[in-house]
Design a protein around this ligand. Structure first.
Ligand code: A2P
Length: 314
């Protein structure tokens, strides 16, 4: 997204009342967000009213590099600290020598960093909290056993897990586990990521009707005189999930937050819960990074059987 579009989107979001900004080193937009934040604080906005999350890139997972990646993010964001720092993905890549991206072989496969050790990485994440560079730490795209490994071997527990979570892939087992361990769950792709290109999506998810056009969602939306997006967001929030509705259009940004003045009935929640297809409904499995499924920490090995991809299940 060009910096001007980020300026418009983030400024409108703050003006409308959004207070949580979710970004990542790999999104390449931290600098543009930092400029908006500076203007916001110069106009009197208070740092303590804003919650900022950013993430450690998969090519930055060597323990000795972790602090410098957060410091780079802070510099770009114009901040002294973030509210939450997440490990973006459980697998790790070797960094390209010149650019901030994964190194690749000539055939386009990513170079896997097979040394990545979650417990050593987490130790460094804990140090970032102690150094005051982040208020909390968490995980993104980790599976259950990866999350439990960190949980049971850490001093500072993961406070949040950010995962794909949308009506076709409602992540019930993971939500149960997180509830048991008091880990909050943040969803991405709540609207079904309508803007993502076909080749990035799993084959099965491409065969399902677009979530925003799902007839059950449309009927409930009409009943409440709301948009399908508002119903999907309300469904997640009413189920106790943090949502990250992303839009570049101020009108949609405004409507997407207007979900706190109505509620869905128990029957409607049940109807939307029943759209769940479990792992079959997953949209993103990261196979766009060629060869990633061969990493020992690739998290969705069991899902690949639906995609006709063979892989050793770890
Ligand atoms: P746009 O930026 O053109 O508004 P997800 O969070 O599931 O990944 O979805 C984000 C995508 O959904 C963005 O591409 C965004 O496109 C689109 N989007 C956001 N809000 C709405 C809405 N209210 N109606 C339709 N599409 C939306």
């Amino acid at each position: 997204m060009p910096p001007t579009a980020i300026d418009v989107a983030v400024t409108s979001a703050l003006e409308i009342g959004y207070r949580h900004i979710d970004t990542a080193f790999t999104y390449g937009n931290e600098e543009a967000i930092g400029k908006v934040l500076k203007k916001w604080f110069d106009k009197g906005g208070k740092r303590e009213d804003i919650f900022i999350t950013t993430k450690l890139p998969p090519y930055g997972m060597q323990p000795s590099m972790i602090k410098s990646y957060l410091k780079l993010s802070l510099e770009k964001l114009n901040l002294q600290y973030v509210n939450m720092y997440l490990i973006h993905k459980p697998f790790a890549f070797v960094k390209d020598k010149y650019k901030y991206e994964a190194a690749k072989y000539e055939n386009g496969s990513v170079m896997l960093d097979l040394e990545a050790n979650h417990l050593l990485i987490w130790k460094e994440m804990e140090k970032l909290v102690k150094a005051g560079l982040t208020r909390s730490i968490g995980l993104s795209n980790f599976n259950e056993s990866q999350l439990l490994n960190i949980y049971h071997n850490s001093e500072i527990k993961p406070s949040n897990l950010q995962i794909e979570l949308q009506a076709y892939n409602q992540q019930r087992p993971m939500r149960r586990l997180c509830a048991e361990y008091s880990i909050t769950v943040t969803a991405f792709s709540t609207l079904g990521s309508p803007g993502s290109s076909g080749d990035k999506r799993t084959k099965l998810s491409q065969s399902l009707p677009r979530l925003l056009d799902n007839p059950k969602v449309s009927i409930i939306a009409e009943r409440h005189n709301r948009t399908a997006a508002q119903v999907l967001l309300r469904h997640a929030v009413q189920n106790g999930i943090v949502v990250l509705p992303k839009s570049t259009h101020p009108e949609r940004i405004k409507r997407n937050i207007e979900i706190f003045d109505f509620s869905l009935t128990d029957a409607e929640i049940e109807e939307l819960n029943n759209l769940d297809k479990g792992e079959r409904g997953r949209i993103f499995n990261f196979l766009g990074d060629k060869g990633v499924e061969k990493h020992p920490q690739y998290p969705f090995a069991s899902q690949l059987k639906y995609e006709n991809v063979s892989v050793n299940v770890h």
